[in-house]
Write a protein that binds this ligand. Structure first.
Ligand code: 3H9
Length: 711
């Protein structure tokens, strides 16, 4: 027999013979928006006051317990009740409250569970305090309750990594009390399991066990202090991030202060994180990386089924793509021109898996299963039943067109024909076939099995089904897809070419390559452009420069310094020498006086008197070039929205995530300032520093890139 009591549209309260069940129902992930917080608090109060209720259960409807605070509300005016008040009310409840968790219990969701008096979880539960990834800290008592429940070391690990913990690990850590069985309808199942657990507590006559009153895990003060000190040292190294050190300070408070005082401090520190620009950048990144999959073709077209994929070319790129496909459970046929090349390709693929087995990340059986789905062939006929083929051969239009001619001869009708080109004109590749509607660009980044970015390059004649298939494939490969239009370099490499050119201009005008790299790293990139070039291989950029030589505007400034290094065979790490020198076997380069001498000689040859650059000027020029080209890319429709540029630079080029991406960062700096910089730089080089019309328009209208981010 059950009774319903009013709570709110997002929270149902139903009494099942002395047990009140509060079901949170706010699709898709039960985020704790105002209506949910309000309904939960009302429901809790109603149930606590109801004489027929002896215990309470909190459960999530749908596929999640609770994914956390509603991230969309951050930055908006606060609205009572706040989550900390809801959590405190749950903990203070005079009747036992059980959290019955399935799926994600993250951030504020786990904080609700920590405030409950008992926690049980389904085998699929994912528990975590990922606030750090949004520039925040658990601000609803999580820092204080997690420390008291599982100790400083484990709580810090959870909060500083933001990682998700499985149900078995959560049980080991002491985050939960029990793991239930699995069921088809998990929400209903967890409701029944929660009721059973509540009855068990009532039968045992267990009084509410309040996490805030637990003292055992923090009892060994010295051990907890050591964990805090170690975390503080580690967090101090975290490239200028704000929230990690605040999290450590909160755990110190948990060790030093009574619960009530710790909660007050936590609120203050949470407010400081909320006000930080890093929070805005990280939350922009969170929504943008989900926004890039929202493209018109994905809504218009139905993805074609894909089970068998052909990969043409077993070089570094092709092998990485094959690994990525095998990891996603697909059947792969690798094509090479002869047996020797085929074996080399197989060797590259096998090496990745051997490395994973050696590190204990992959079992020998899983390795065998993956390699069992790989076939090798030298004849294109082996692709007759492939659903999709990805070409990763030499970067030359004629070579690629020859590959596509063979593909159209053997592939079944409706097979998707993709090219992994980084720069070439995919419209020209498509036009050379009889089925341009099936041709698309899938631009992977190296190493393709690791890098998350996938530029999906959409030529003029491609069918929406094929675009939808590419986005579906990206999801299966766990990649972040970005839709790009056809142009030289698409979104990422086109913008890179321009900010790298700005760096080369500064180099020739007097800056050291090492100062430029240092500035870029201090900004937050993992490496600078010259270190990057040494890693990728200087010969790659050299080939591109030679290809572009014929079409380059003769009036455009061209810096030859990189060519001088390449002419000496200094291609970077692989030749032991590039912009830096590398000792045998080392990836850590040393600054090279000979490079500086070459730079100086080139300045003299070009008739340039070197001048000094401040770090501020280096940064302003580098960013202005990036933003200006990005604005052109958006205006031309190469990127659908500014957020697509941001995600491309975040995932493919190491732009620091806490700055949100170049166009989010530009909005924060102020577009008028950037445009003014460009106009100043244009006085000396008007051709390179032509302001993007979109940037001029936004400044004139007092708008920002964010205003164009309609998803
Ligand atoms: C916090 O809790 C602070 C507190 O400590 C303190 C407060 C005082 N809010 O990822 P998906 C949307 S901070 C709003 O594609 P999946 C998401 O945008 C929060 N919306 O699905 C997407 O919308 P759309 C700490 C959210 O199955 C849709 O849900 N919590 C939220 O691959 C589906 O998401 C976190 O950081 C949210 N909290 O993954 C957890 N979460 O369909 C963040 C999701 O319009 N969330 N959405 O694009 C996640 O990690 C994943 O979404 C999750 C599901 C694992 C839950």
């Amino acid at each position: 027999m059950s009774t319903d009591l009013p709570a709110s549209p997002c929270v149902r309260l139903r009494i099942h013979e002395a047990i009140a069940v509060l079901t949170l129902d706010n699709p898709p992930v039960n985020a704790l928006g105002w209506a949910v917080r309000d309904g939960l608090l009302q429901g809790l109060r109603n149930a606590e006051a109801h004489p027929a209720v002896h215990a309470l259960v909190i459960v999530g409807a749908g596929k999640a317990f609770i994914a956390g605070a509603d991230i969309r509300e951050f930055g908006q005016p606060p609205r009572d009740p706040w989550l900390p008040a809801v959590c405190n009310a749950i903990e203070a409840c005079t009747k036992p409250v059980v959290a019955a968790i399935h799926g994600p219990a993250l951030g504020g969701g786990l904080e609700i569970a920590l405030a409950c008096h008992a926690r049980i979880a389904a085998p699929n539960a994912k528990l975590g305090l990922p606030e750090v990834q949004l520039g925040l800290l658990p601000g609803a008592g999580g820092t204080q309750r997690a420390s008291r429940l599982i100790g400083a070391a484990a709580a810090l690990d959870l909060m500083l990594s933001g990682r998700h913990v499985s149900a078995p690990e959560a049980l080991r850590l002491g985050l939960i009390d029990h793991i239930t069985t699995m069921a088809e309808d998990l929400s209903a199942h967890m409701q029944a399991e929660g009721i059973a657990w509540a009855r068990h507590l009532l039968a045992e006559r267990t009084p509410p066990r309040r996490t805030g009153e637990q003292a055992e895990a923090l009892a060994d003060r010295a051990a907890n202090q050591a964990a805090i000190d170690a975390a503080k040292a580690q967090a101090s190294k975290a490239r200028g991030l704000f929230s990690p050190l605040q999290i450590v300070a909160c755990v110190q408070d948990a060790l030093d202060l009574p619960m009530a005082e710790g909660l007050i401090k936590e609120r203050e520190r949470f407010a400081a994180c909320l006000a930080s620009p890093q929070r805005a950048g990280l939350i922009h990144a969170f929504f943008s990386e989900r926004g890039t999959a929202k493209v018109p073709e994905a809504q218009q077209g139905t993805p074609r089924p894909v089970q068998h994929v052909g990969v043409i070319g077993g070089g570094t790129m092709g092998a990485g793509i094959a690994v990525s496909l095998l990891d996603a459970g697909l059947r792969v046929t690798l094509i090479e021109r002869d047996d020797t090349a085929l074996q080399a390709g197989l060797g590259r693929i096998a090496k990745v898996y051997e490395g994973q087995v050696a590190k204990g990340k992959l079992s020998a059986e899983a390795q065998a299963e993956k390699l069992g789905r790989l076939s090798l062939a030298t004849a294109y006929a082996a692709l007759a039943d492939a659903d999709l083929v990805i070409e990763a051969v030499f970067e030359d239009l004629a070579v690629k067109q020859a590959v596509f001619a063979q593909l159209q001869a053997v592939c079944k009708p409706g097979a998707v024909l993709a090219t992994n080109t980084s720069y070439l004109d995919i419209d020209a590749i498509a036009a050379s076939t009889t089925r341009p509607q099936d041709v698309i660009g899938l631009h992977f980044f190296s190493p393709a099995n690791i890098m998350k970015l996938l530029e999906i390059v959409v030529p003029a004649q491609v069918s929406p089904d094929v675009v939808a298939t590419a986005f579906e494939l990206a999801k299966r490969l766990k990649k972040v897809p970005v839709r790009a239009g056809v142009c030289d370099g698409f979104i990422g490499n086109r913008i890179l070419a321009v900010y790298r050119t700005a760096a080369d201009h500064m180099l020739e005008d007097g800056a050291s390559p090492y100062d430029i790299d240092r500035m870029v790293k201090a900004f937050g990139f993992p490496m600078g452009p010259y270190e990057m070039s040494d890693l990728a291989g200087g010969d790659i950029g050299w080939a591109t420069r030679k290809r572009r030589a014929a079409t380059r505007d003769p009036k455009a400034r061209y810096v030859q310094i990189a060519d001088r290094l390449c002419e000496r065979g200094w291609f970077g790490q692989k030749t032991g020498r590039g912009w830096y020198v590398y000792e045998a076997g080392s990836r850590q380069g040393q600054e090279d006086p000979e490079v500086l001498a070459i730079v100086e000689a080139e300045r003299q040859r070009a008739g340039i008197t070197p001048r000094a650059f401040s770090t501020d000027e280096l940064e302003r020029r580098y960013l202005a070039a990036m933003v200006n080209e990005a604005a052109k890319v958006v205006a031309e429709g190469i990127a659908l929205r500014p957020l697509d540029v941001d995600v491309t630079l975040l995932y493919g080029y190491g732009f620091p995530r806490h700055k949100g991406g170049p166009l989010h960062h530009a909005d924060q700096l102020g577009l008028a300032r950037i445009l003014a910089d460009i106009r100043t730089f244009a006085e000396a080089d008007p051709l390179f520093w032509r302001p993007a019309p979109l940037l001029e328009q936004l400044v004139a209208e007092g708008r920002q890139f964010a205003d164009l981010n309609k998803i």
